[in-house]
Write a protein that binds this ligand. Sequence first.
Ligand SMILES: [Zn+2]
Length: 378
Amino acid sequence: MFSTGHHRILSVLSRSGPRSRTDLARVLNLSKASVTALVRELIEQGILDERERVFGFGRPAIMLGLRQDAASFIGISLQSDPAQIVLTDALGQVHLRKSIPRLTDVDACLGVMIDAIEEIQSAYPMGIGVLAGIGIVIAGIVSRDRKVCLTSTSLGWKDVDIGQRLAALTGLPVFVENDANALIISEQLFGQSGGVSDFSLVFVGEGIGGAHIVDRRLHRGHHGGAGEMSHSPITLGEGASLCRCGNRGCLETVAALPAILGAARRAGLPGEMGKLLELAAEGQADAIAILRQAGTALGAALTQLIQFADPARIVVRLDPLLLQSTFSEALKQTVDTHLQRRKGYETELVLGALHSGDFATGAASLAAQEFLFGASFL
Ligand SMILES: [Zn+2]
């Protein structure tokens, strides 16, 4: 087991890469002797290793890094059908990945998960550390302790203690999280935003999910629903479409993938993203209008998010096809036009690809986060 001191060292090294003992002491405001003792223990446990020497003034500094084989983690995504399971190492690299059936009956779902975990354990790759935990991602709301799925419309679950039950069956720590929160934790741990203390992540899929890191911690909100952007009103009055939630004019009725493809079909265009984008690139007016409307709506929502929360960065994860498209151009244009920017205080907008496997990788990062950072970062 790690102490708070161990976790503090591991969190710095996993977020910002190898550092020297002197550097760690300075960043963590600890004495060099304390850092030396903590580092020795982590090296003895096979968690850290010594890297290259860096020559500067005085004695050359030995850099310390997190070992790739320090531990391994399993991630299971129930976010979409089929479910996915992955095995990752301590640096977030995926070593095994497979699809499994997504069953909504809880007992049957647990049975499939156990079979898949056992299968992975029987084919464990060489050079990967001991399995230290499991993460599960769902679309829905999760209890603050990350053990219970409070509600998930897509699974039809209410107050399902899936985390506790899988932990009892495997003897391993299990953490449950919603889709957007898992993506942002993965981005913080293994992505490009590890050193950013305040940032948001928004993804566009069947719905539109958002998550926020505030002062390096996940911001859940009072009821655990922070970041639920899909149902924020973006179109009011005439022309506001009915949403699956019962309200009209929600963001997802304009900007989520089913809304874009539904609008295309109603206009007599192909309901397939690749073909719609091709038509827009060829100058087809209706295709351009549909993509512009969706991108503009998301841009407006992001502008509001920036004005309300002032993150240093917003990471937008999209279908790879949408990255260089009329949709993305409209999104960026809307943010540029409507944002009251002060020089030197701009929020960086970073567009990146969202692949279906990213949720399972995000699930594994939940277990990695607990292993590296401990409960103090919840
Ligand atoms: Zn809605």
